[in-house]
Ligand binder design. Structure first.
Ligand code: IMP
Length: 422
């Protein structure tokens, strides 16, 4: 029997590309859906059976009976937030306990990691990253410094291990003179979350996944955040703390590079970023506000305004390169319907130097644009490629040519029907 493959579905810019929207196009093709990186900093909005859910740690295959979902070893998980997310799905009638396996090797986010996240951000002042405040950075730091707690730890002598780590965190907070926190209610909920998690299969997911692949089953690795937030390849230090790129699928699930099949890269027809850090295409004017308003660009986790700008080909080409993207998926083309001119950043410039390669330090670069005529007609009623207005077709052709990568799905509205496969 032919071995199964792991296809990756990745946000390839700054996250928030709208993966939730295409997931129902994708998940039916797979036996298993697995998350390989990140944690409750993600927020995938999914509309299923007419109901809206925001998934943070739980993979998008949970709506489908008979599909296995995996939270892989590369993830970090906050038991209290996991419980809240899972209970909402259970209340809506989805039987998670038979469908969701959690890696014993995934790391736990403690309540004190969240306090540390806030304390470190406060200490950074104007250089703060603008994190989601979910304790992501401190939990991954602890993993790397080999002092973290893993999901498997909850199975034995957990309270003792927890208290020891909490005491260490309280000492760090005291050293930082950070006193702006009260753990009482939060800790109680968190410990209840740990009890709740015990009711789920806590397993060696890397072994399960490799067995499934050997049996010819196919896996969808569902990304979180985006390539420009990757700990190695993003705009460091204004990044998240995990490997959000395709390489992270291998380490975050324990699958071999040879098992990777298609790499789907999702991007929007324009750019957004939440949090601080360089963003050469950012628009500070009415055009940026208009994109935000039409595109409803407000954070799913934090509700913050997303910073908006035109499409950035420097970032897109770089992301396609480091991920080995085989197919592109373009979201939210319809948001640009009313613009007379649509700009695309084709290079960066600083001190008279122009580059089309992503620079080591993206601070201080300005965008060089190429202008395209807008299509100025609504895309959201379109159902096939044949109906694309000429100017929209030219926009798509340009991106495909510049990236040497086909755009195989074009989304022109929030509805499932507004997803055109090419
Ligand atoms: P952290 O992941 O909470 O540490 O935040 C680090 C940076 O990544 C901040 O700029 C966040 O705004 C950004 N970030 C984290 N998760 C997401 C996401 O799911 N979408 C978009 N940005 C994110």
């Amino acid at each position: 029997m032919a071995k199964g493959k792991v296809d990756a579905l990745l946000g390839i810019v700054f996250g928030d590309e709208g993966k939730g929207k295409v997931v129902d196009v994708f998940t039916p093709r797979y036996d298993i859906v697995a998350r390989f990186a990140g944690g409750p900093n993600a927020g995938h909005t999914i509309i299923f059976d007419g109901k809206k859910f925001v998934l943070r740690s739980i993979p998008s295959g949970v709506f489908d009976e008979g599909k296995l979902n995996v939270i892989g070893n590369g993830c970090v998980i906050a038991p209290d937030l996991f419980m809240a997310e899972a209970q909402e799905l259970e209340a809506a009638g989805y039987d998670l306990r038979s469908r969701l396996h959690i890696s014993k090797r995934a790391h736990l986010i403690l309540p004190t990691h969240r306090v540390l996240d806030r304390a470190y951000e406060a200490a950074k002042g104007k250089n703060r990253v603008g994190t989601t405040g979910k304790g992501i950075g401190p939990a991954y730091s602890e993993k790397a410094s080999r002092t973290g707690l893993r999901v498997g730890d909850i199975l034995e002598n957990f309270r003792e291990k927890y208290e020891a780590l909490k005491a260490r965190h309280l000492q760090i907070l005291a050293d930082l003179h950070y006193t702006d926190f009260d753990l009482s209610g939060e800790e109680e909920k968190w410990l209840a979350g740990v009890e709740y998690m015990r009711q789920f299969p806590l397993t060696d997911t890397e072994i399960e996944l490799n067995r499934a692949l050997a049996e010819g089953k196919n896996v969808l690795a569902e990304g979180a955040q985006g390539t420009m937030l990757d700990i190695d390849h993003g705009t460091y230090p204004f990044v998240s703390s995990s490997s959000t790129v395709c390489g992270g699928v291998c380490t975050g699930l324990g699958v071999a590079p040879t098992s990777i099949g298609e790499v789907f890269g999702i991007f929007k027809a324009y750019s957004t970023r939440v949090g601080s850090g360089p963003f050469p295409v950012e628009l500070f004017d009415a055009t940026g506000d208009k994109i935000r308003e039409i595109g409803n660009e407000y954070g799913a986790v934090t509700g913050r305004n997303r910073r908006c700008g035109w499409l950035d080909m420097v970032a897109l080409r770089y992301a396609i390169m480091v991920n080995g993207v085989t197919q592109l998926i373009m979201m939210k083309g319809d948001v640009l319907d009313s613009f007379a001119t649509i700009r695309v950043c084709v290079a960066y410039e600083k001190d008279g130097v122009r580059t089309t390669d992503m620079p080591y330090d993206t601070e201080g670069w300005t965008a060089v644009y190429r202008d395209f005529p807008g299509w100025q007609t609504p895309l959201n009623g379109l159902t096939s490629e044949a109906e694309f207005p000429q100017a929209f077709r030219e926009y798509i052709d340009f991106i495909e040519r510049e990236t040497s990568t086909p755009i195989t799905i074009v989304s022109v509205g929030p509805d499932r029907a507004q997803t055109i496969q090419r």
